[in-house]
Design a binder for this molecule. Structure first.
Ligand SMILES: NC(=O)c1ccc[n+]([C@@H]2O[C@H](COP(=O)([O-])OP(=O)(O)OC[C@H]3O[C@@H](n4cnc5c(N)ncnc54)[C@H](OP(=O)(O)O)[C@@H]3O)[C@@H](O)[C@H]2O)c1
Length: 510
């Protein structure tokens, strides 16, 4: 079976065949995510024939050795399994290029190689550069691409760049990287990846809100009491991750990008159209409207940071954060953060948005929950048991992507008593197939020139501006807020519960 490209599936811009050059191609991301994503696109008939993949890394390898390593992992992790015929339909288009990121000659040789591969295997010269290296090389790679003329496409072709996370470590570094990117590629050819935006449920947020007449009229401070976003991980610093994480922390690693992106999709105004800029114009307004706190005391009142201590997760005893491999024993980096955010717009006046993210929590899961106000109690409050809770719309981003609506119902029988019931929709059962991996959709969109699900320059910078003002209160104040503790395997510090208690609310159990 050759690559069964199905034009009928394409309901958006058409993805165009190109050479995808992956910088950092012997790394974890390429093996576990990018190649399986491209394989699955081929299996689903969505990868344009003549798409070529060129891995760029410093280790000496032949094309055959590179292909064998990718195949071995694809067999283990591919969403659609591993079919020899599908693999054979793409493997001849996978190549490996050995070079140091810092070697200018390596980029010149890359340019010649790309032309030679096009000449040999057919291709008109479209180029997609995927920077999947450690962040300290982002600048170097971009500047070298420009010096080798690879940022310029031949007539009638395009050259685009995808940049992995983290996009900067604060506003100043993000602005610097943006200057380098925009000095090399047009903004419209720049794709800053946030893989949360490629998740099916994140994309479905706009459909849920704007294609269903029943939600949008209620989507405001008149009917919504509070919104929560939880991103829980049941892992710590395994696999040597401590070295990177200890320099970053939960706020910068997760909130600046993934959680503020989810927040902006939940809270934005309806865009005037579905164009990339139409959607991103509205998202950035949300981030810009986040209330900032002008004193350390106000930051402390609204943001809780914490580290885990020794405990037990999934039945296994795990060390405390400061005892983890490659973590400073006196670290002031948070493995957990909870925030109470206010969005100063007419729509969200007075509605708290609670966000929490942490490591070594009892289970893995990301969920957005929209808590509606209770109706007036005149009818049912006097019943035995009263009114047990309010309507909650829960949007599960991962795992088990889906949506559930909590409603109140009468318990069958002769007496009148109320109990919550759940209407539940799961992607896997409703559509009879697993959702594509986020990287599948994002790679295809970049090949199609659709940047809607990628962060724009101003979004990234606004998010850093917001994060920086909290980081500054934590690290530059003579009286920094305290670092709370939580036992690994619990749902975070008591201070995070108190943050919601103060408003008469509670965290939802995910
Ligand atoms: N892994 C994930 O699941 C994941 C998820 C989200 C985002 N990311 C982001 O993706 C990026 C890559 O992550 P990763 O986990 O794949 O990293 P990794 O496993 O450490 O891989 C790094 C890659 O860079 C290459 N490299 C390092 N120094 C080089 C040099 N001087 N010249 C040429 N090549 C060099 C390595 O090649 P050699 O093997 O030849 O040394 C390897 O291919 C990071 O920005 C990370 O934040 C990763």
């Amino acid at each position: 079976m050759s690559n069964p490209f199905r034009e009928d599936l394409v309901s958006r811009n058409r993805p165009e065949a190109c050479s995808i050059v992956i910088f950092g191609a012997t790394g974890d991301l390429t093996h576990r995510k990018l190649i399986p994503a491209l394989y699955n696109l081929a299996a689903d008939g969505e990868l344009p024939p003549q798409t070529k993949i060129i891995g760029f890394a410093r280790r000496e390898k032949s094309d055959e050795e590179f292909r064998a390593g990718l195949e071995e992992l694809n067999r283990k992790v591919s969403r659609t399994g591993h079919n020899e015929e599908i693999w054979n339909s793409i493997v001849q288009n996978i190549h490996y290029h050995t070079s140091e990121f810092t070697d200018a000659d390596g980029y010149k040789r890359l340019a010649e190689r790309l032309d030679a591969i096009d000449a040999e295997r057919g291709g008109k010269g479209n180029r997609l550069f995927y920077i999947a290296s450690a962040p300290e090389f982002f600048d170097e790679i971009l500047i070298s691409l420009k010096q080798a003329g690879l940022n310029q496409a031949a007539d009638g072709c395009w050259a685009r760049v995808i940049v992995e996370k983290p996009f900067g470590t604060d506003l100043a570094t993000a602005q610097h990287l943006n200057r380098v990117v925009n000095d090399t590629f047009q903004e419209s050819d720049t794709y800053r990846i946030d893989h949360y935006l490629g998740k099916e449920t994140a994309q479905n947020l706009m459909v849920l809100r704007f294609a269903n007449a029943i939600f949008e009229p209620l989507w405001n401070s008149r009917y919504i009491e509070q919104i929560q976003i939880t991103c829980a991980e049941n892992l710590g610093m395994e696999g040597g991750r401590g070295g990177y994480y200890d320099k970053s922390g939960a706020l910068r690693d997760m909130v600046q990008n993934h959680l503020l992106q989810l927040l902006s999709l939940v809270a934005m105004e309806p865009p005037t159209d579905l164009s990339a800029d139409g959607v991103r114009d509205e998202k950035v307004k949300v981030i810009r409207s986040l209330r900032k706190w002008d004193t350390v005391e106000k930051v402390t009142e609204n943001v809780v940071r914490a580290q885990y201590t020794k405990g037990s997760v999934s039945g296994k005893v795990v060390p405390g954060y400061r005892e983890e491999d490659r973590v400073n024993p006196e670290s002031q980096t948070e493995s957990y953060v909870a925030l109470r955010l206010m969005i100063d717009t007419w729509r969200w006046n007075g509605v708290p948005f609670y966000i929490r993210v942490g490591k070594q929590l009892p289970k893995k899961g990301t969920e957005i929950s929209v808590h509606f106000k209770s109706p007036p109690g005149v009818l049912f409050n006097a019943l035995p048991g009263g009114v047990p809770g309010c309507n909650v719309l829960a949007i599960r981003i991962q795992p088990d992507e889906g949506i559930s609506l909590r409603m109140l119902s009468k318990i069958p029988g002769t007496s009148l008593r109320l109990e919550p019931v759940k209407m539940d929709f799961q992607y896997s059962t409703s559509f009879g197939k697993a959702s594509p991996e986020a990287y599948e959709r994002l790679l295809l969109d970049a090949m199609a020139g659709d940047a809607t699900l990628f962060a724009r320059r101003d979004e990234v910078e606004e998010a850093w501006r917001f994060i920086d003002h909290i980081e500054n209160a934590w690290h530059q104040s003579p009286t920094p807020p305290p670092m709370a503790e939580y036992v690994a395997g619990t749902w975070g510090p008591s201070a995070a519960d108190e943050l919601l208690d103060a408003d008469g609310n509670q965290w939802r159990r995910i």
